[in-house]
Design a protein around this ligand. Structure first.
Ligand SMILES: [Zn+2]
Length: 411
């Protein structure tokens, strides 16, 4: 019997369905009229880099800056959703809107980038289950319960130690639990990136479907409060009902989440950086200049460039750690492209994704392992969430009652 020649990393990557669950590109599209046919110009994602990196599906992040858009979160949310649709409409030959695992597979057969959407931060629903349902109808398939800001019903790791911010008693208020139940019923994936530890555990206990982290790394390796402890990694892997295959942790590429040295240097320059950036923003505002994503992003990148980038191996360490602690079936990629001012050396855009496969194989990961990490794990999780939604919709009696009265009482 002739030996089957081992597949090369390039061949493995080319054969894989590659799914990334977090890119902040919609802000570029909306504020700076960025089009994915254009050169990267400092960004991480366009059609050319996606093709070179064999990126099959991208979750475009619908992120509403809670300070800048205070008072009209829903409007900004709807405009960001629209900008993703506009991009797909402008390039029907290269990109298609996708709403399900089957859509992702269809896009792949048609050699198009599957475009999906996730809302980053529960403040976008403005405490309304009706808005949550509307966002689902518009195609939003996951929601991060909080961004760096706590909202009225869930707490964030970003301000959990700030006594001036109101926090919940148990991680989720009764309304917050209703939000999770309604997401389960709709088939919207529950994303626990960014939430406080208490909210994390409350969400895991509450959710009928498995949960996931759309863009988080391992706290055992890099001590960021937004990263996940080993216990949390295991809890995600085991989340969901008895018929579930568990959730997934999609690793964030941000230098501050994969390297303590980088993180410490970034935190050390924070006072100086924030003062300089605030002064610049005040100057723009005074001059009546509208502040766009690319303007604030460029400021952060200037400061980040003063700190040496971590090697790619440190990102691979995080993938490896999560694969070992949570299990090989519970890890994937959540780059945070266009939402981070620094990434590891050699990882400059979506075009560099094959380097991850090569590095994993160099560490002994099999072709099959790599394909799971690159996209199959996430696809299985997405299917589980949809199956749970079907069950809940078929048996509405088995589902806890939804709060009918709004506004709800804060806890
Ligand atoms: Zn984020």
């Amino acid at each position: 019997m002739p030996h089957k020649s081992p597949e090369s990393p390039a061949a493995v990557h080319a054969s894989a369905l590659v799914i990334d669950t977090h890119a902040d590109t919609p802000q570029r599209m909306l504020d700076d009229h960025y089009d994915l046919t254009q050169p990267l110009n400092g960004g991480y994602l366009n059609f050319a880099s996606a093709k070179e990196g064999n990126l099959g599906a991208e979750f475009f992040s619908i992120w509403v800056d809670p300070k800048l858009y205070q008072g009209h979160y829903a409007r900004r949310t709807l405009e960001l959703i629209d900008t993703v649709y506009q991009q797909a409409a402008a390039h029907p030959d290269r990109m298609m809107m996708a709403y399900s695992p089957n859509d992702i597979l269809r896009a792949r057969r048609e050699h198009k980038l599957a475009a999906l959407m996730g809302i980053e931060g529960g403040h976008s629903i403005e405490d309304s289950l009706g808005l949550l349902r509307d966002y689902y109808r518009l195609g939003v398939r996951y929601m991060t319960l909080t961004w760096s800001n706590s909202n009225d019903w869930a707490d964030s790791s970003g301000d959990i130690d700030d006594p001036s911010v109101h926090h919940t008693q148990d991680g989720l208020t009764d309304f917050g639990k209703d939000v999770v139940y309604e997401m389960n019923r709709l088939g919207m994936m529950v994303d626990i990136s960014h939430v406080s530890d208490r909210t994390f555990y409350r969400a895991v206990i509450t959710s009928r479907a498995p949960v996931f982290a759309s863009h988080s790394s391992a706290r055992a390796l890099t001590n960021a409060p937004r990263n996940m402890t080993d216990d949390m990694l295991r809890a995600v892997a085991r989340s969901g009902g008895p018929s579930s295959h568990g959730g997934v942790v999609m690793v964030n590429f941000y230098s501050a989440f994969i390297s303590d040295a980088w993180r410490n240097a970034w935190n050390a320059q924070a006072p100086e950086r924030q003062a300089a950036e605030n002064a610049q923003i005040a100057q723009w505002k005074a001059a009546g200049i509208p502040i766009t994503y690319e303007m604030t992003d460029a400021m952060d990148k200037q400061w980040a460039a003063k700190i040496p980038r971590p090697p790619l191996s440190m990102l691979i360490d995080h993938i490896d750690h999560i694969a070992k602690v949570a299990g090989i079936d519970h890890v994937g990629l959540g780059s945070d492209f266009d939402g981070i001012p620094s990434s590891p050396q050699g990882l400059d855009s979506a075009a560099d994704l094959p380097k991850i496969t090569a590095a994993l194989m160099a560490r002994g990961y099999s072709a099959e392992d790599c394909r799971r990490i690159l996209g199959e794990n996430f696809l299985r999780f997405f299917r589980d969430v949809q199956a749970t939604a079907k069950q809940l919709q078929a048996h509405p009696d088995q589902r806890p009652a939804i709060t009918r009265q709004q506004p709800f009482r804060k806890q």
